[in-house]
Design a protein around this ligand. Structure first.
Ligand code: IFM
Length: 449
């Protein structure tokens, strides 16, 4: 069988985030995060689940790193819990929290696994939320002070850094729709949050450069592919608005130093307050762009649908169906996303920093999950990434979401995204069929045609 070979040095890894796997929500001096607060309130999470225990990674980290080694991962993308390190979000440092990440990085390096660290994967300190959260401009300095604490401790060993994971989700799902923490429903705050997240990104990149740390720093965005539902002008305009709010709202300021005009005309007074010098600060050169790809959607004009007046429907490539999340499966959408960045944003160094699927996994009596569905999903997306590479996209690596089954935010523990099955009663980890298959892909640096 023919193999599609990836370029030499292409990095294969897996990703997780702190709140979704660590547990130990109030151990060893950790402060409360907005996700602790949100999950502890009734009716916010399916089945009343919380991240209090999650995969107990905080206590099982060495075994989890050993598992990564066993699977042959070359790189691991994780996030740092801000309130574990700074319980009040600023001020006093919690040494035990910082030590945990220090040990994690050392364990990874001892096993030749390249650390890729995200500073903010949503578990923002509750104390700072009480002071206004991301819609307060002071949040920029709160964040960069925290970033410097982390750089000073880990900046000699971490190869790849990302300030924020998926700022669109934080701003819109957290501050406009209210369905994720902090549960606010206010479009003006959401757009202001976008601006402050971008500003804090830019200032962090600047401080990172001035600090002379060894690694590289980039940005991680959730980028979908959008297709007009019809050729009508109304649907094409609606699609453009959806594209601009989800994609250009982040890529334009990061790479071009401006916000998308059509969108800002449309949202009017919801547009954020931007001060002199802000756009230049956001538009710092970055070393790479991380692409989290899950969705392709058709978009139509919809009179009664919210601020943008758009409705969208998931797209699946022929024969693919949907994941357990009700998400479409469209591997060619990943090729389109990568080529759009190549063609319109100067082809930066890119990584797929997340891609994966939740399926109805059924463990056998030994806890083994024969998940050929996940194998097929990943194989098709790896081929789609390879198509983009062949068309000239500057892609350097791929992180599967996720290493472990974990806490999937408002859906709790029901969706299972892991390459590794987690028995939440016992904490036992059992690599699934997909993990075994992924090990072979990594070993060959290639995927079957
Ligand atoms: O679990 C999330 C992750 O935290 C961010 N990106 C999407 C994943 C699947 O929903």
């Amino acid at each position: 069988m023919d193999t599609r070979q990836f370029p030499e040095g292409f990095l294969w890894g897996a990703a997780t985030s702190a709140y979704q796997i660590e547990g130990a929500w109030n151990d060893d001096g950790k402060g409360e995060s907005i996700w602790d607060r949100f999950a502890h309130r009734p009716y916010n999470i399916l089945n009343g689940d919380t991240g209090d225990m999650a995969c107990d990674h905080y206590h099982r980290m060495p075994q989890d790193v050993a598992l990564m080694k066993e699977l042959g991962l070359q790189t691991y993308r994780f996030s740092i819990s801000w309130p574990r390190v700074l319980p009040q979000g600023r001020g006093a440092i919690n040494g035990q929290g910082l030590d945990f990440y220090d040990r994690l990085v050392d364990n990874l390096l001892a096993d030749d696994i390249i650390p890729n660290a995200t500073l903010n994967h949503w578990d923002y300190p509750q104390a700072l939320q009480d002071a206004g959260g991301w819609s307060n401009r002071d949040s920029v300095d709160w964040f960069t002070d925290y970033a410097c604490v982390i750089f000073d401790r880990l900046g000699d060993r971490v190869a790849l850094w990302c300030p924020h994971n998926e700022p669109w989700v934080i701003a819109f799902v957290g501050y406009a729709w209210g369905s994720l923490a902090p549960g606010i429903c206010d479009y003006s705050q959401a757009y202001q949050t976008v601006h402050h997240l971008l500003l804090s990104h830019g200032k962090t990149v600047q401080l990172f450069r001035h600090g002379g740390y060894k690694g590289q720093i980039g940005a991680v965005l959730n980028l979908g592919h959008f297709i007009p539902a019809s050729e009508s002008e109304a649907d094409r305009d609606a699609c453009q608005r959806a594209y601009e709010e989800n994609v250009a709202l982040f890529l334009d300021p990061l790479f071009k130093g401006c916000y998308p005009e059509m969108l800002f005309d449309w949202i009017g007074s919801h547009a954020p307050r931007v001060e002199a010098g802000d756009m230049a600060l956001i538009n710092q050169p970055i070393d790479f762009l991380g692409v989290n790809y899950y969705h392709t959607n058709t978009v139509s004009y919809s009179l009664l649908d919210g601020l943008l007046k758009v409705d969208s429907a998931p797209v699946s490539a022929p024969g693919w169906g949907q994941t357990e999340m009700g998400w479409g499966i469209n591997p060619p959408g990943l090729t389109s996303v990568l080529l759009n960045i190549k063609d319109n944003y100067d082809n930066p160094t890119m990584y797929v920093t997340e891609n994966g699927c939740a399926l109805e996994d059924a463990p056998d009596e030994n806890g083994f999950v024969t998940d050929w569905g996940r194998v097929n999903f990943l194989r098709a997306h790896f081929r789609a990434a390879h198509d983009a590479l062949q068309a000239g996209a500057n892609l350097h690596g791929y992180y599967v979401w996720s290493l472990l089954d974990n806490f999937e935010w408002s859906m709790g523990y029901r969706p299972r995204f892991g390459l590794v099955n987690v028995d939440y009663e016992t904490g036992t980890r059992t690599p699934k069929q997909s993990a075994r298959w992924y090990s072979e892909v990594i070993a060959r640096n290639g995927v079957n045609e």
